[in-house]
Design a protein around this ligand. Structure first.
Ligand code: FES
Ligand code: FES
Length: 156
């Protein structure tokens, strides 16, 4: 079945079954492999993308439920204000270890800052608790989110 998806500001036509998870459409059909597969059951956060700005697990999101929503992936997060700050803070704090979980971490963190520019510790815990990191980068992630929040405050 044919679907028209709006991904990172561009329209894509794809021909897949309606129950195909968005993750596989992004990776296998559109070749956007920055979004990762971890568990396939909404338990790890590796596959997180934004759908209309909301952090969403693409592994359990059937493509026929996406409609005309705007999908943003890790490939384009650096073009968003929150994404720029998060990426810079990630580099400043050298957050990444093996890197596998980090697309999802960055997508969850940037969705948080876009909706709450001054998150509390509880907000951060809430937004990030579903993103698992086998390398245990949690403390650096938390510090980087705080740095990005402070930096955006200084800029505006
Ligand atoms: S792969 Fe989607 S949450 Fe783990
Ligand atoms: S950096 Fe290795 S799993 Fe998170």
């Amino acid at each position: 079945m044919a679907f028209t998806l709006l991904v990172n500001g561009k329209t894509h036509s794809v021909d897949v079954d309606g129950d195909t998870p968005l993750l596989w459409v992004l990776r296998d059909v559109l070749g956007m492999t920055g979004t990762k597969f971890g568990c396939g059951m909404a338990l790890c956060g590796a596959c997180t993308v934004h759908i209309d700005g909301v952090a969403t697990r693409s592994c359990v999101t059937p493509v026929d439920g996406v409609g005309k929503s705007q999908i943003t992936t890790i490939e384009a997060i650096g073009a968003t204000p929150a994404g720029v700050g998060i990426q810079k803070a990630w580099l400043d704090h050298e957050v990444v270890q093996c890197g596998y979980c980090q697309s999802g971490q960055i997508m969850s963190a940037s969705a948080l800052l876009a909706s709450k520019p001054r998150p509390t510790d509880a907000d951060i815990d809430d937004a990030m608790s579903g993103n698992i990191c086998r390398c245990g980068t949690y403390l650096r992630i938390r510090e980087a989110i705080k740095l990005a929040a402070q930096s955006s405050g200084q800029g505006g």
